[in-house]
Design a protein around this ligand. Sequence first.
Ligand SMILES: C[S@@+](CC[C@H](N)C(=O)[O-])C[C@H]1O[C@@H](n2cnc3c(N)ncnc32)[C@H](O)[C@@H]1O
Length: 274
Amino acid sequence: MHDTHVAPTWDPQQYLRHATHRTRPFLDLLARIPELPALRRPRIADLGCGPGNVTALIADRWPDAHITGFDSSADMLARARSYEGPTPGGGLLDFAPADATTWTPDEPFDLIVSNAALQWVPGHADSFGPWIDSLTPGGTLAFQVPGNFTSPSHALLGDLCDTPRWRARLGDQGRRFVHILEPEEYLKRLIDLGCAADAWETTYVQVLRGEDPVLDWVKGTALRPVLTALEDDPEAREEFLDQYRDLLRKAYPPGPHGTVFPFRRIFAVARKEI
Ligand SMILES: C[S@@+](CC[C@H](N)C(=O)[O-])C[C@H]1O[C@@H](n2cnc3c(N)ncnc32)[C@H](O)[C@@H]1O
């Protein structure tokens, strides 16, 4: 289902508070990407690059690559630009604004990668065809999206937004539309496009530290639409956060070593035929 949401605002600082847990799936994705075509220095796009820290990790694997991070958030791009410039291996890192909903590559890429971003892009699977068309022969499209939209953190958020109090205040702004497909569906679509494809899922049983860490986590991601809708109404924002915090505390009680917050993620890697 497509929605007509106002795009949420992003807070790089809040997002980066859980950088270690958020980076791990990207490293797992990177490890499954095959060698890129060796005809030239690799040209790589990172779609929905966010604050740029994972974009910079791509240069560890392909030190001489020219890597461009694309994102639609000016705040995220401003943060990412601290990584801009030549890389130690002779490559180049740069960043540019782009909306992944309409982005079509204007040059051939050897790798298009996207980490934890396509869940915000309605109809992204319909863009696989044009994206793969733009890949050089033997090039790869690889992405990871969260697959946790039925987990308590999201279900409770949806239920709270649907209560009469918040439905009246937020309308559809609080509602989170799910744009992801299941791994089998991604696999099928990528194979149908002529790729050698691999898709899988992993649930990371994360242990978070500190007080109300699940609330702190979702403030960086899933809560962005609600926080954006209540940006100019601090009282309502605090009221919403108090109610959601209580629900999360019951669903994810702290244990002696921290709070366990399982997180399912979906991965796909598709290599275009040579
Ligand atoms: C959860 S963050 C992931 C950032 C980064 N890839 C990472 O792994 O740390 C999601 C990012 O997707 C970006 N995003 C959301 N919708 C987008 C769109 N339509 N076009 C481009 N970027 C988008 C957001 O601005 C945000 O930076």
